[in-house]
Design a protein around this ligand. Structure first.
Ligand SMILES: Nc1ncnc2c1ncn2[C@@H]1O[C@H](COP(=O)(O)OP(=O)(O)O)[C@@H](O)[C@H]1O
Ligand SMILES: [Mg+2]
Length: 219
């Protein structure tokens, strides 16, 4: 049986469909073109605090890559508040945390989704933070994920709320920083970007989430 996907979280399925699809397609293109020498293969999606649209952005960008026939792995690295498994109607029994502990094989942890070419690594059911398992473990997980998939999208906790985000940001080829229009505080965004810069994360761009789209009327 195919699991169903939470349709409202998948903004591509909302109206106005075309504008949203175009926005994620152009973000996907931006990621692809942002490094000339070697293509970007692992991208962290993050923001300053919770509720700004990291998970929504990660899910939609992963679907955009999968629709272009790339083999995509979407990882839920928010070990304290995992939600991706729910959004895809999947289980969180085995996932990233279990791989970090080293108690399962990759084949046991990966889950198919209702989208062709889109695989999910849910957060997993082991308590604790990624930092408890060490930077080397995080590094080897990101490296292995890149060997197995064309592109790896990592949904993360907020930079100012979990040190885990820094661990993953340091190992990814690039990071996308999400700002929620009319909600994100400028001071918090600045503070979070500075944290990312301190660890030499490569911030590829900023997503202005939930921007009001003006209707263009023809005269
Ligand atoms: N552009 C958007 N339009 C409508 N709802 C959105 C949008 N972005 C996020 N949301 C909603 O806001 C809430 C928080 O978004 P989420 O992606 O979970 O944030 P985060 O992962 O940063 O905590 C969710 O209920 C999500 O569906
Ligand atoms: Mg989230």
């Amino acid at each position: 049986m195919q699991a169903s996907t939470n349709k409202s979280a998948l903004l591509m399925n909302t109206v106005p469909h075309n504008q949203v699809m175009d926005a994620y397609r152009s973000l996907k293109l931006k990621i692809r073109l942002s490094r000339q020498e070697e293509p970007i293969r692992s991208v962290l999606i993050t923001s300053s605090v919770r509720g700004e649209g990291k998970t929504t952005t990660a899910m939609n960008i992963a679907v955009a890559f999968a629709r272009e026939s790339q083999n995509v792995l979407l990882i839920d690295s928010d070990l304290q508040r995992p939600v991706l498994h729910n959004l895809f109607g999947r289980s969180n029994h085995i996932g990233l945390a279990n791989l970090l502990v080293g108690e399962v094989e990759w084949s046991e942890a990966l889950q198919e989704t209702s989208f062709d070419k889109l695989t999910l690594l849910s957060a997993g059911n082991v308590s604790g933070s990624a930092i408890d398992y060490g930077t080397l473990q995080v590094k080897s997980i990101v490296e292995r994920a890149k060997q197995l998939f064309d592109i790896v999208i990592i949904d993360s906790p907020a930079v100012l709320e979990s040190v885990d985000t820094q661990l993953f940001a340091a190992e990814c080829d690039g990071a996308i920083f999400v700002i929620r229009c009319n909600q994100t505080k400028q001071s918090k965004a600045k503070e979070a970007v500075e944290v990312l810069q301190r660890i030499n994360a490569s911030v590829l761009g900023v997503v202005m989430n939930d921007a009001k789209i003006k209707k263009v009327t023809r005269k």
